[in-house]
Every structure is written in C-alpha cells, then in structure tokens.
Design a protein around this ligand. Sequence first.
Ligand code: SF4
Length: 396
Amino acid sequence: MTISKDYRKELRDAAGNERIRLALARAIKSYRTNTNNALKKFPHTIKMAEEVKAIKEHSIQHMMALARKASENIEENKGKAYIAKTAKEALDIIGGIVGKGKLVVKAKSMTAEEIELREHLEEEGNEVYETDLGEFIIQKLGSRPMHILSPAIHVPREDVAVLFSKITGQELPPDIPTLVATARKLLREKFFKADVGISSANVLAADTGALFLIENEGNIRLATGAPPVHIALVGLEKLVPTLEEAFKVAEVTWRYANYGIPSYVSLISGPSKTGDIEKVTTYGAHGPKEFHVVFYDGGRTHLAKDPVLRQALYCLRCGGCLYECPVFSLTAGYFGDKYFTGIGAVWAKEVTKNLEKASSLAYTCLTCGRCKVRCPMKIDVPEMILKLRKSIAEPE
Ligand code: SF4
C-alpha cells in the first residue's frame, strides 16, 4: 500500500491553496519567535525536557498500573474513574453520563477527536459547543482540525470574519480583537447554561489523581468549572507517577507550545467541596458536583510494546514539530488524519487504525528530521517512519 489517489489530490489542492499558505506563514513566524524567546528566558527548560523524557519512558511502561492507582485516588477524592479499552467503551461510558437532550460545553481534546466524541453526543440528541476559539471556528465551518494545538491554523482572519458575519448577521471586519470578542459573546451564556463540561488533560498525576489543564483562553476553566458535571477523557499516555513529575511535564509542554507561561493552569482532582460550615466536608459548592475521569487505551498499551514506535507515546502535544515540517508548512493538516505529519502516521496506524491514511502519511514524510531537532522529547520520527513503511510493505 502506498499513497492513495484521493490523498494525493487533497495534498495537491492544499499546496496550491493560497489561503492556507498565508495563514501558515503568519503562524509559523510567530510560533518560532515566541518559543525561541520563551526558551531564551527560561533556559532550564531544555535540561528539564531531558528529565521529562525519562519520566515519560518510565510511565509509558506502566500505564495500566498508573491508571489503576490514579483511579483509586480519584475515587478517594469522591470522583469517579473508568478505564476504557476501546473507543466504543469510552463513548458508551461518556454517553451514559451525559444522557440525551443535554447542553454540553467542550474544551479542545485530541483524544475526543480520536473517538469522535462530539459527533457521538450530537447523534444522541445533545447540543455540543466547542469552546476553544479555533475549534469553534472549525465546528462552525463544518471542517476538521488542522493542527493539534491550533485547529484553525489554516483559516486566515479574513475567512473568520466572513464566517462570524454569517453567524451574527452583522458585517464584521477582519480585525482579530473584534473576532475574539464576537466568539466570547456567542459562547458566554453557554458555559453557565450547560449541563456538562468535557475536557481532556495535559498530564495526570497518579499519586493524587490530579489532572493538569494548560490554556490561555479561559474556556477550559469555564467549561470545567461552571457546569454541574465535569467529564475528563484522558489517554493512558498522559499518566505519570507523581505530582512533582506532572508539574515538570506541564512546564516543558507549555514552553515548547509557544509560551513563557500560559495564562491558566488548572489542577483538578475531584468535585468541588467546602468545609466552611462546622468543618463538615460537603460536595457541590460553586464548581461541579460530579467529576468523572475516563482513561482511554485505544491501542496505546499495544503500541507501548514496540521498542521503536512507542516513542509516539512520549509526545507532549506541544505542536512544535508541525511548524518545522516542510510538508505541513504547505498543506497544513491535509498532511494528516486525526494527528498530523510523520508522527501522525504512527497514530493513524496504531491508534485510529486508518491504514490507508497511515500509509499515505508514512510515504509523504520526507524523513528530513527537522521535527526531531525541535521536539522536546527528541522523538525520532524518521526512525519510526522507516519501521512503519517496512511494516506496511511487509505485514506480519
Ligand atoms: S512530537 Fe515532539 S515536537 Fe511534536 S508535538 Fe510531540 S512533543 Fe511536540
């Protein structure tokens, strides 16, 4: 199996699309400047990334044990924890908690993208709002994310203005602050009316059951804090043993994701509670009364057994490699499936099980290794691609 015809056409169309090139050229320039400045200001991050790599290597070997330990701690904190082996199991668990006819506000989550959670909840008769600005744009365009951190990276401001003008019925200028204010107005009341908020986690500490959510917009705080129920869908690769290690993973992630320091880091370990009246702990104060964490395997424990391909699980989802990829810089997420570029080929084959896409991605990757240089985990994408091509060409 090599590159499919449809995929070749998609890539050619994307590479010839001036709007994509314009949006990406702007984004790549600001990402490089921001990240280089952040690393210059906080040079210890480079050494810390080496420590984080060792933490991830250890954790990936013990994902199930860490999930069990985290589950015990979440239950002790009065939350509920579940371990889902397959996408269907995860969808059934989350669908069962949400129910039907509910209003759901959702933070951006690649794991949710993997299992098509929004689509599933909508099919069940729920109204689901993406609350990350980029994801909101994508949802309203009826498109799909084109970057793991900036889903609407391929959409220039002029196109966002046209979209938002259509939604509001007012002619809006291609002025970024105006567009951001419009999204704020459109989504504000949804957070407070929602029955359920859904998030993922950037990292989760098994010793406490505490999950970390890194963000700048404030939508995650609202989505996980305002509704009465919070559900977190967490890939098993996000687990690390301790809170101290989780802090290190979080710091390296946000630094390589463009920021010296993000506006918000939420640390959530259970439902909201108070002991303010006679020191009697009572659950359901101002935040959610229910806290559910669904750990998701979906092929990760199988992938962890492969000595080369398991590197894909070390990924922090900082998005840095995508900005360095020569193919991505022309085609955005058209060089991808649910995940993108060379590393996306591994996720497509081993996790989302899209062999056709995996093959197309594996053969489109130039194996130039620019991604490895930028990657904080020094993930050897060319090495993985060569192995993947071999396994696609000669299946066992
Ligand atoms: S592969 Fe490396 S650079 Fe790319 S998103 Fe993952 S951690 Fe970041």
